[in-house]
Design a protein around this ligand. Sequence first.
Ligand code: CAA
Length: 267
Amino acid sequence: MFLIKMSKEWKYILYERDENVATITLNRPKALNALNTALLAELRAALEEAEADVEVRAIVITGAGEKAFCAGADIVELLEKSSIEASEWSRWVQAITTDMEKMRKPIIAKINGFCLGGGLEFAMACDFRIASEKAIFGQPEINLAIIPGSGGTQRLTRLIGKTKAMEMLMCGEHINAEEAFRLTLVNKVVPPDKLDGEVNELIKKLLSKSPVTLGIIKDAVNRGIEMNLEHALYYEAECFGSALATEDAREGLKAFLEKRKYEFKGK
Ligand code: CAA
């Protein structure tokens, strides 16, 4: 098979495109991949690059080194911010996470270690979270007498419910990967040496589907969850119409009736 492998150099992230998959690695391992402003700006640019690249059909976000996916916002930087600067920074970071949800391509968080504070907030903005058994999760901001500022109070509550979200946010304790799975914070937990394989299996499944229809599902779920049921169902019907009008849907429906394997073109 003809392999297209591209990589681009940034200071705080690694960006690699291998055929249809872009992998973005948060790359400040000495600071446990903490999110400083420069890293966040590069992450945003890398996400934009992956979104614009028509060859990219799935995006993986992970952390460099053995120890961390990401230990949260850079605490050194936070100490320097005034109240107004902190609110502006929070809105800017929130916009990056919201854009991740608006992107039509599936995004997978490959969680190899500590996934704390802003790290968990970024993971929660992804569509899938696959974790190593070694991963540790938490919203420890309360221990710094601050609160999450990248969507944590909202996305955690939506993902795991108010009871456990309140406990994680107010007690600030770490939970292990098994507990994160029990809370449905992550899709799957695997031994560290199986993490790459598990993510690759998921990517294989996603690449076998119609990319345009995957995008429609992502949009319907992420927009619909913020609407009341009546409006969300109306929106679903609109999305259903869009999906049915695609060439891939014609192909999928015909292939079923003709008892053959489908061949999607992403149109
Ligand atoms: N910001 C900046 N530096 C960080 C960091 C962070 N969030 N987390 C870790 N580091 C740095 C440490 O200061 C340390 O640097 P030095 O070697 O220069 O001393 C290095 O990374 C390694 O960390 P530790 O020595 O602390 O490693 P450990 O194994 O003993 O502990 C840990 C690991 C439990 C993850 C611990 O580092 C920790 O608790 N980190 C902070 C986690 C946290 O509170 N995150 C929330 C940040 S606020 C936030 O994210 C707000 C938001 O929502 C936007």
